[in-house]
Design a protein. Structure first.
Length: 223
């Protein structure tokens, strides 16, 4: 899977950009670009992982095209539009506050990416048909999502953290292309769509009661 490595490197660089940025619109665009890049990478990884020894049937090519367009459309277009609309409708501030600061977030992200690289080299999955960057990119992206979830105060920024977690799981799914070539990706996309719409409903109700929509205010809600 050597041809997917530039996309994985790009995804890693976007992780650092997200951790080092305090502007909400820039983070939304970065998450969207990362999701679209992963979607565009999927048919290449699928072809090399499953059909590298011969040509693919037209039905498979057509299905891969539809699935790829769906992934790019959902991750790169639909979700960002929903998030920007939620920002405008709720009149939420565009500056993201971090509980630990931008520099510590970057340092933790860099340390996590380095440890992921070291850890991946010790796994038997690395080598041969699998790119050495799949596991590090997946772990680093999930760590970035986790950091955004626990350190960013705006509820919408935590939605972005969940989407980053989904992107990391999507990258991990590349390891299962030979065993489950399509079902894993379909499950991730469906779960992502359902979660985004559910979070949209939650944010809508939270913003009616809490205009600031920060995570700290969630503790004040009672059933």
């Amino acid at each position: 899977m050597q041809t997917i490595e530039p996309v994985l490197v790009f995804a890693l660089l976007l992780n650092f950009f997200i951790l080092g940025n305090s502007r909400m619109w820039a983070v939304i665009y970065a998450v969207a670009v990362q999701g679209a890049a992963l979607g565009a990478m999927y048919p290449i990884a699928h072809q090399q992982g499953l059909y590298g020894s011969g040509p693919e049937p037209w039905s498979t090519i057509a299905w891969l095209t539809v699935l790829t367009l769906a992934i790019i459309g959902i991750k790169g277009i639909l979700i960002p539009r929903l998030l920007f609309r939620a920002m405008r409708d709720a009149d939420i501030q565009w500056h993201i506050e971090s509980a630990i600061g931008i520099l510590p977030s970057l340092l933790i992200g860099a340390a996590g990416a380095s440890l992921a690289l070291v850890f991946a080299r010790r796994l038997p999955l690395v080598g041969g048909h699998t790119s050495a960057l799949v596991i590090p990119a997946a772990l680093a992206t999930m760590l970035t999502g986790f950091l955004v979830l626990i350190t960013r105060k705006l509820v919408l920024s935590q939605v972005l953290g969940y989407i980053l977690l989904e992107n990391g799981i999507f990258i991990f799914g590349l390891l299962l292309i030979e065993a489950v070539p399509i079902l894993v990706e379909l499950g991730v996309v469906l779960d992502l769509v359902v979660c985004v719409f559910v979070m949209g409903i939650i944010i809508n109700h939270v913003n009616r009661s809490l205009p600031a929509a920060t995570a700290e205010h969630l503790s004040t809600l009672r059933e």
